[in-house]
Design a protein around this ligand. Structure first.
Ligand code: ATP
Ligand code: MG
Length: 429
């Protein structure tokens, strides 16, 4: 066995015992007769101590290793108050598992600022840094806790196709691909499929979904490939029930992250203020009133980054809903009352992190809406079919995972929140 213990598992109970540890060499200090090596594993750092006269060959091999080489080390775990963790490994045997080339394309512990592109070009090394790893541990937690919440509420996890014959919802740009000589598209969201599933009897579904959007934006909050938590639920009376799931899921996940990721939050220097439920609801009309006091804004305009930021300055909450949007700025499938869509956005520190709505479930009404918008119904044949044989009232939301993390962790660029970002310029690694 290469490793008997991870760093975090070693304590007083192991003092005086033989153990083996494994990881990356972060630093080597060779004082001539004695050398100290800092070894890093996924949970922390450990000191290995080598004494030359005890085993000159082992000593020589160890001190000649390059930083970030991977080793497994075996020896006695010895208590030592002066050393971090309160113990050191007196090395007796070593297996060099992989040598790292020199020079490293970027440092792991050096405090020097590396530019973001260099970091992304060397993402695997970047991920060895505590503050980067912490983001992905919290991402892991968020998805787990949100799933846990949804499952408790009776949502079934599903996986819908990402390659489709129709160019999904319209609106945003889609990536066209060659599917055995036929045109096909990467789906921009699971929207149409999750709605279709509402007619299947699985009347509460969720998906950890990929969104592919060929929008040519170059902003700090858009990716061309992003992930989301999508839900759809049937037998609802209004979008309020969907909003309740969105806020309770958010509350549950944040609470659990605060409880279980304190180490990562500390590394990222994030203090989380847990907002109380329910989150405030601000209608679009109220938003217009607030904005019109300061800028030129017409009823019916969509809210962009500037408007959202301005609004956030006037609201005393970090998390709030904007409700009752003008129908014309929401997609064709949104249910409506007169000129208002029964749609909402969830805002977190002045940025949209989720959008949802009650949807139209009545086939004739859906056809009427599509005709009004001049849509080509042939492209939606399979979708529409699901509405003809018993479709209950339903609604749902799409909730951006990277957007949520960006706001929770106060990160300025959404690319920090996904392992290998895809944007207009970046297709590698
Ligand atoms: P925006 O107006 O901010 O570009 P949107 O309204 O087009 O977003 P929706 O279609 O409502 O996005 O998607 C639901 C959620 O998915 C959004 O609230 C957001 O959190 C996330 N999302 C959508 N598009 C992207 C993207 N390009 N990059 C990252 N996250 C996205
Ligand atoms: Mg939206």
């Amino acid at each position: 066995m290469l490793r008997s213990h991870y760093s975090k598992e070693i304590g007083e109970k192991d003092y005086g015992k033989k153990i083996s540890i494994a990881g990356w060499i972060e630093d080597i200090r060779n004082l001539g007769g004695i050398a100290f090596v800092i070894l890093r594993d996924r949970y922390g750092r450990m000191q290995i101590t080598a004494i030359k006269k005890q085993n000159p060959e082992l000593f020589k091999e160890l001190v000649s290793l390059s930083r970030e080489s991977v080793i497994a080390a075996y020896g006695t775990c010895q208590e030592n108050e002066k050393v971090m963790n309160g113990w050191e490994l007196l090395i007796e045997k070593m297996e060099v598992l992989a040598k790292a080339d020199t020079p490293l394309p970027m440092g792991v512990i050096d405090k020097v600022n590396v530019d973001f592109d260099t970091r992304l070009d060397n993402r695997i090394i970047d991920l060895r840094r505590d503050e980067v790893k912490a983001i992905f541990m919290i991402r892991h937690s968020f998805i787990g806790f949100a799933s846990e919440f949804l499952r408790k509420k009776g949502f079934v996890e599903v996986h819908t196709p990402k390659i489709s014959a129709a160019s999904s919802e319209g609106g945003t740009e889609v990536f066209r691909i060659d599917y055995f000589g036929r045109p096909a598209y990467l789906v921009q969201s699971p929207q149409l499929y999750k709605q279709m599933l509402m007619a299947s009897g699985l009347d509460r579904v969720y998906e950890i979904a990929w969104y592919f959007r060929a929008e040519e934006h170059d902003t700090s909050r858009h990716l061309n490939e992003s992930t989301a938590i999508d839900i759809e639920m049937a037998f609802i009376e209004s979008e309020e029930e969907v909003m309740k799931v969105a806020e309770e899921m958010t509350d549950y996940a944040i609470q659990k992250i605060v409880d279980e990721n304190s180490k990562e939050l500390d590394i990222l220097q994030v203090e989380v203020d847990l907002p109380s439920l329910p989150y405030p609801r601000i209608t679009y009309d109220e938003v217009v009133e607030i904005l019109q006091k300061e800028i030129d804004f017409k009823w019916g305009d969509d809210l962009g980054t500037d408007e959202e930021n301005l609004l956030a300055k006037h609201v005393d909450y970090e998390l709030y809903f904007i409700t009752k949007f003008p129908l014309e700025i929401k997609p064709f499938y949104a249910m409506f009352d007169g000129k208002y869509a029964r749609a909402f956005d969830l805002e977190f520190k002045g940025m949209e992190i989720a959008s949802g709505a009650q949807r139209i479930h009545d086939y004739d009404l859906l056809i009427k809406r599509m005709d009004e918008l001049g849509m080509n119904k042939e492209n939606f044949e399979d979708y529409l079919k699901a509405f003809r044989y018993g479709m209950p009232p339903h609604g749902g939301f799409g909730y951006g995972i990277e957007r949520f993390l960006m706001r929770l962790l106060n990160l300025t660029n959404i690319r920090e929140c996904i392992l290998f970002p895809r944007d207009r310029k970046r297709l590698r690694p």
